[in-house]
Write a new protein. Structure first.
Length: 146
């Protein structure tokens, strides 16, 4: 007898880029465009793998996809390293997106940051990401790049 999938295992997800009111471009797109091609390609490949997982099935303790803690709780980071630089793409799993004008649950790219190996991420990067999360979660319909 085949095992029935739990709803979250069979659920389809869609990708999205947060773009708040008055923003010319999505912050994650600006970040990705500033990354070296190899870093951008790796970050996007991991994003695609998480999307195909589907969330939350993709392992959150992996080297490439991590659940953040503390004030960043609820945000996930996609990680990549090139030489002595670490790249982080900050994402949000929005299970409630269909209640806010989206057709499917959405894996949202919020923003990103980079830092030298062995250093802390600039607090401004985290603060900006938390602000984007708050703006996104308050939006109806969701503040996504069309």
């Amino acid at each position: 007898m085949a095992r029935m999938a739990r709803p979250e295992e069979s659920e389809k997800w869609t990708p999205g880029f947060f773009r708040g009111a008055g923003m010319k471009e999505a912050p994650a797109i600006d970040f990705l465009n500033g990354c070296p091609t190899s870093a951008r390609d790796n970050l996007l490949a991991t994003f695609a793998a998480v999307l195909d997982g589907p969330p939350p099935k993709f392992p959150t303790g992996s080297r490439l996809w991590r659940r953040m803690k503390g004030e960043m709780r609820g945000i996930f980071e996609i990680r990549d390293r090139h030489g002595s630089t670490l790249y982080r793409l900050f994402c949000l799993l929005d299970h409630n997106a269909p209640r806010h004008g989206c057709k499917l649950p959405t894996l949202v790219m919020l923003s990103g940051g980079q830092k030298p190996v062995g250093t802390e991420m600039d607090d401004d990067v985290y603060e900006e990401t938390r602000t984007f999360r708050a703006q996104y979660l308050k939006s109806h319909p969701r503040a996504l790049k069309p």
